[in-house]
Write a protein that binds this ligand. Sequence first.
Ligand SMILES: Cc1cc2nc3c(=O)[nH]c(=O)nc-3n(C[C@H](O)[C@H](O)[C@H](O)COP(=O)(O)OP(=O)(O)OC[C@H]3O[C@@H](n4cnc5c(N)ncnc54)[C@H](O)[C@@H]3O)c2cc1C
Length: 484
Amino acid sequence: MLDVLIVGAGLSGIGAARHLQKDCPTRTFAILEARDAMGGTWDLFRYPGIRSDSDMHTLGYAFRPWAERKAIADGPSILRYIRAAADETGVAQQIRYGHTVRSARWSSAEACWTVDVEQKPAGKPVQFKARFLYLCCGYYSYAEGHQPAFAGQAEFRGALVYPQFWAPDLDYQDKQVVVIGSGATAVTLVPEMAKTAAHVTMLQRSPTYVVTRPSEDAIALWLDRHLPVRLAYALTRWKNILMGMFFYRLARRRPAGFRRYLVDMAARQLGPQFDVATHFTPNYNPWDQRICAVPDGDLFRQIRNGKVSVVTDTIERFTPHGILLGSGLELPADIIVAATGLKLNVLGDIAIRVDDKPYTPGQAMTYKGMMLADLPNVAMAFGYTNASWTLKADLTAGYVCRLLNYMERNGYSVAVPKGDPGVAAQPFLSFTSGYVQRAIALLPKQGDRKPWQVHQNYLADLLTIRWGRIADGVMQFSNPKGHP
Ligand SMILES: Cc1cc2nc3c(=O)[nH]c(=O)nc-3n(C[C@H](O)[C@H](O)[C@H](O)COP(=O)(O)OP(=O)(O)OC[C@H]3O[C@@H](n4cnc5c(N)ncnc54)[C@H](O)[C@@H]3O)c2cc1C
């Protein structure tokens, strides 16, 4: 019987394990990972130019400074960073690869979880028992992306590719490429492919806010030169947290002004000839959906160079040689990249039962955005949508350690946030983006009051998660007989 079973060896799972190892040194734990490698997102995605769009001083762990020059980092550097963190701490040795968790059953009588796992390569069934489950499974399906079917798709004679399943040998040199979409993936791929492709067209149904960010942070580099590494990292991290919060708040309080500021910024980089009103002026307010960052304005530069064009139109159908648009125009293409998004999932698609009753996360309410009502001894890592994921994952890991230590000190073996039917349910995420809206029924709900709200605000979470009382009246503790 393990004390804690972590599911997922991505950025969150490795960070969670490090926290446990340091703050709960007597607790036994293991990490089950479905894939054959750690790193999650940063190992899976291999499309050209894959990178973060938040800065690594906040996407990195609080416990391990980001030491590279670039603050907006490429995927391989992020993967190296995660691997180094896991190796240095010894956490890597606790990972069991090729273990996909399919279901988890809580027994109140035994006060433990029984977890059913499929082990690679043959799918051999294996069971684990653990007192506490810590789900660090990310938020999207690794098996499939969002792949809408386009009319005439089968007629297209070129290559149709998906960013999540990139073929490493795809040759796009001197080819005509059309990238469908203008989200974070598209704005990353487009300028990178344009370096060698004959031409890249970014085809979008509607525009996205795209903002230029410097890939190197001059203040961070200055602090690095003049201060001890850890202090410099901590200061840059705080600078970026506070600046991120400031700009987010400004955007939500003054949407019209902020919108003008973002659109003007794009217009300045694209020049007077470019039709910014059509291609870079979204019909929603900033942060109703994620704002896309482009390092050093690479996308805008490639548009200015004529290597990239942006088309805002609808797809009528695929043709043998490209895409026919709603306007009647046909875009020629040798390669079409469907950057149409992720398929969100919840809790790693694990089927959960509590004392033989199915537990449906979509009908549950989150406790502080990291546990679920009436689900005993389970925490989940779910990061911010308006700031780096790791900031929240890190607070959650700290909380789990505090909770476990509190339980140990007081002789409890079970902790469960007791659901309150009087709390009104609201959506977990307020984004209007398609990928969020498609998954809204699957996602848990948040409540209209503490501690059921999901703040999307690091300072508010510091108060409630790091400094809030563990025994807050909502978290119920017990110690079923016979389980010390
Ligand atoms: C292309 C891309 C770019 C991104 N850029 C940023 C960014 O710049 N900033 C930011 O804050 N966020 C970004 N994100 C969000 C990003 O996913 C998080 O930042 C972070 O990597 C999530 O880490 P995680 O460990 O929680 O999840 P993941 O990285 O998704 O890892 C989850 C792990 O759990 C495993 N797993 C899942 N289910 C099971 C199961 N049932 N059994 C066993 N193992 C399981 C998976 O195999 C995987 O290894 C980006 C996402 C994508 C897709």
